[in-house]
Design a protein around this ligand. Structure first.
Ligand code: NAD
Length: 253
């Protein structure tokens, strides 16, 4: 797909990796629909994109709410025209051990609410937005591309039962959708970032972050731009589908 003049929606685009993707692909001529539940972040992000000469409009969305997703994709279509691409990027963390004990006493457990919030946003959100984008691309008879953001944690990561399960699900959806949607000219890929410098990783304790960084063969965290490059690669390589790009500085967890 040519990025120039394409219409690409990015969820969680108000900051972090989503905003970096918007800047990267917008600079190559893509028109960006920036979707986020944080409307203040959206306003400043769209301001920044416009300063850079990028065509962008923002839309408030809660990706875990079916009604909100349908309304938002309707709004994108009427404001910007038929969609060519979607990046399922919105995500959260609610880390914690499954069960934590000290001196034989149970001191903590992952709450059902921490589990459910992450599954709702990181997995159900991807399903809802992916379904909506694919429906509209097929109805409009347009070829398109869907990129899902998974994570290195999809292989399983201590302290992240909820997040690892959701991100493994996202990788599985990528393979499933690539098979189901190829007949309509829709490609589906995923990027599994390692640890990247955003507000999400800023919440990790400094000593833990140092330990993680020491284990990365490239000895540094990734930059949002590195992930944006991987996403753009999936959009522009017409023989890429059903696979996950690992962009993690060589880290194995
Ligand atoms: P971030 O926290 O900086 O940004 C996430 C954005 O998603 C925020 O703007 C937030 O408002 C939005 N969001 C959260 N819940 C939402 C909802 N229900 N509806 C709509 N928007 C919502 O995170 P980031 O570091 O930019 O991460 C982006 C994606 O990359 C996530 O899926 C994350 O899991 C994944 N990822 C990040 C890293 C990393 O190291 N930063 C590593 C691997 C994977």
């Amino acid at each position: 797909m040519e990025l120039n003049d394409s219409i690409i929606a990015i969820t969680g685009g108000g900051r972090g990796l989503g905003l970096a993707m918007a800047i990267h692909m917008g600079s190559q001529g893509a028109q960006i629909a920036l979707l986020d539940r944080d409307t203040d972040a959206l306003d400043s992000a769209v301001g920044l994109l416009k300063e850079k000469g990028i065509t962008a409009q923002c839309f408030a969305i809660d990706v875990s709410d079916e009604g909100s997703v349908i309304r938002t994709f309707d709004a994108i279509e009427s404001a910007m025209g038929p969609l060519d691409g979607l990046v399922n990027n919105a995500g959260i963390v609610r880390d914690g051990l499954l069960v934590k004990a000290k001196d034989g006493e149970i001191v903590d457990r992952m709450s059902l609410s921490s589990w459910q919030q992450v599954i709702d946003i990181n997995l159900t959100g991807v399903f809802l937005c992916g379904r909506e984008a694919a429906t509209r691309m097929i109805s409009a008879g347009r070829h398109g591309v869907i990129v899902n953001i998974s994570s290195i944690s999809r292989a399983g990561n201590q302290g992240q039962s909820n997040y690892s399960a959701a991100k493994a699900g996202v990788a599985a959806l990528t393979v499933t959708w690539a098979g189901e949607l190829a007949r309509y000219g829709i490609r589906v890929g995923a990027v599994a970032p390692g640890f990247v410098e955003t507000e999400m990783t800023a919440s990790i304790r400094e000593d833990m972050l140092k330990r993680i960084t020491a284990g990365i063969p490239l000895h540094r965290l990734g930059q949002p731009e590195n992930i944006a490059q991987s996403v753009a690669y999936i959009f522009t390589n017409d023989y890429f589908t059903g696979r996950v790009i690992e962009c993690d500085g060589g880290l194995r967890i």
